[in-house]
Write a new protein. Structure first.
Ligand code: CAO
Length: 415
């Protein structure tokens, strides 16, 4: 069956996490993704955080599904020649090297564009043009520079980074969208273009609501849905909001039955205005439905702490799943705090193909996260990540190289 991106060939010159997540998505959407790696070592993540000696790590195998791996030393003239042949035959080159690395390899935009005017050259960098443009960047640097860390955590503690890889995988997603848009534009213009997704910018985009709050704070001097209101003080910048909801419906994380021994026996509880009477009924505070101190969302903002403390008295009598069951009957928005162990076993996520088991020749069966984007006419089949150089011969033969050429390239250390 044809997939959404069938016929699109991607030269995947990415490593670590941000670039690989982008090309993995494109592969899941049906593109032929050819990952170019250094002979002998490959993507550094193959050897990082290993749980089985000598076997490609889960870090690598979970970020490089559905790709083909070609080894190529692009700093050798013969290796560079092969790369240039690939450039002529591919639609998109994706890279996330440190700033300047592509140019040092002799692969400027002008050079690539001259070789293949239809090629889209897509890059992740830590920062866009400006004072930090030459910096190398990893996930948490982007979270800190993009506004996530200063707005995450509790008021009385230091900035905190989040477990969600918004700097790497978040930027990979942004880049993938840019690539698909550039491919669409090319169908009209016939030309390739540069696509850049800086990690700082992608994180800021995901922290958009906090820049919203910065401006609200500057105008009004306080943020009524933040835990600092009404007793605490606000400074000049958006403070850390603990577990407060980022939207207009107040929410908080509340303890459930078993929290003393289970670090994830918690539920996220949202006091959505539309279901306030139901919330009051469930917790046995029917009086709050008409009491003017609680009856309107505006009035409740003055009492969020005691309100959540009272709701917590109720949630502590239920497990998070029991509470979910009851609250859902009343359409009260809430969510259990799920551990990774619980998610790995979740039958619905397995059913939908978002949690998938795959086989691997040296690792054996392992769990992975499949494509979270579901297309009805382009279903995803998750395939294992390639071994280093597994497809070098296959791809070079497709490019027109013969057995003798391969021998020469091998003897030269170019593949
Ligand atoms: N053949 C020959 N050389 C190759 C090669 C190949 N197939 N593939 C890569 N190289 C070379 C590059 O040309 C570069 O050489 P020079 O330093 O001589 O120019 C070198 O390998 C290393 O590239 P790098 O500087 O990108 O790698 P690093 O490990 O030092 O830095 C990282 C890693 C991620 C900090 C950096 O790549 C970066 O800042 N990337 C942009 C931002 C980004 O994507 N960060 C997210 C990473 S995931 O957390």
């Amino acid at each position: 069956m044809n997939k959404a991106l069938t016929g699109v060939r991607i030269l995947d010159f990415t490593h670590v996490q941000s670039g690989p997540t982008c090309t993995q998505l494109l592969a899941w959407l049906g593109a032929d993704v050819i990952k170019v790696e250094r002979p002998g070592e490959g993507d550094a993540t193959r050897g990082q955080l290993r749980d089985i000696p000598g076997v490609d790590s889960l870090y690598f195998t979970m970020l490089n599904h559905n790709k083909r791996s070609v080894t190529l030393n692009t700093k050798k003239p013969r290796g560079k020649q092969v790369l240039e042949t690939l450039i002529k035959r591919c639609d998109v080159l994706v890279e996330n090297f440190a700033p300047g690395a592509m140019e040092r390899m002799g692969l400027s935009w002008e050079h690539i564009h001259a070789l293949n005017p239809r090629m889209i050259v897509a890059s992740v960098k830590g920062f866009g043009p400006g004072r930090y443009e030459d910096c190398k960047v990893y996930e948490n640097v982007a979270q800190c520079a993009g506004g996530a860390a200063s707005t995450t955590g509790f008021d009385d503690g230091p900035p905190v980074v989040t477990g969600a890889q918004i700097g790497d995988s978040g930027t990979g997603l942004h880049l993938a969208l840019g690539i698909v848009a550039a491919l669409y534009q090319r169908t009209h213009s016939g030309r390739g273009q540069k696509v850049l997704a800086p990690m700082q910018d992608a994180v800021l985009n995901l922290c958009r609501v906090k820049l919203r709050d910065q401006q609200r704070l500057e105008r009004t001097g306080s943020l009524h849905e933040y835990p600092q209101y009404p007793d605490g003080k606000f400074g000049e910048a958006v403070p850390r909001a603990g577990n407060a909801s980022g939207g207009g419906q107040p929410g908080w994380i509340l303890r459930c039955k078993g929290y003393e021994t289970d670090p994830n026996a918690y539920i996220y509880f949202i006091t959505q205005a539309a279901v306030w009477p139901s919330v009051c009924k469930v917790i046995g505070e029917e009086g709050w439905i008409t009491d003017e101190a609680y009856a309107t969302p505006q009035a409740r903002l003055l009492h969020l702490k005691p309100i959540f403390a009272r709701i917590e008295q109720w949630t502590m009598t239920k497990t998070k799943f029991e509470a979910m069951e009851i609250l859902n009957q009343y359409d009260i928005p809430c969510g259990p705090i799920l551990s990774m162990k619980e998610i790995a076993q979740d039958p619905s996520l397995r059913e939908s193909g978002t949690v998938v088991e795959v086989d691997h020749p040296t690792r054996g069966r392992h769990l992975t996260v499949g494509n979270p984007i579901k297309l009805s006419d382009s279903p995803t089949e998750v395939q294992r990540a390639p071994l280093l150089g597994e497809h070098t011969e296959e791809v070079l033969m497709e490019l027109g190289y013969d057995a003798h050429d391969l021998e020469v390239l091998r003897a030269d250390g170019a593949i």
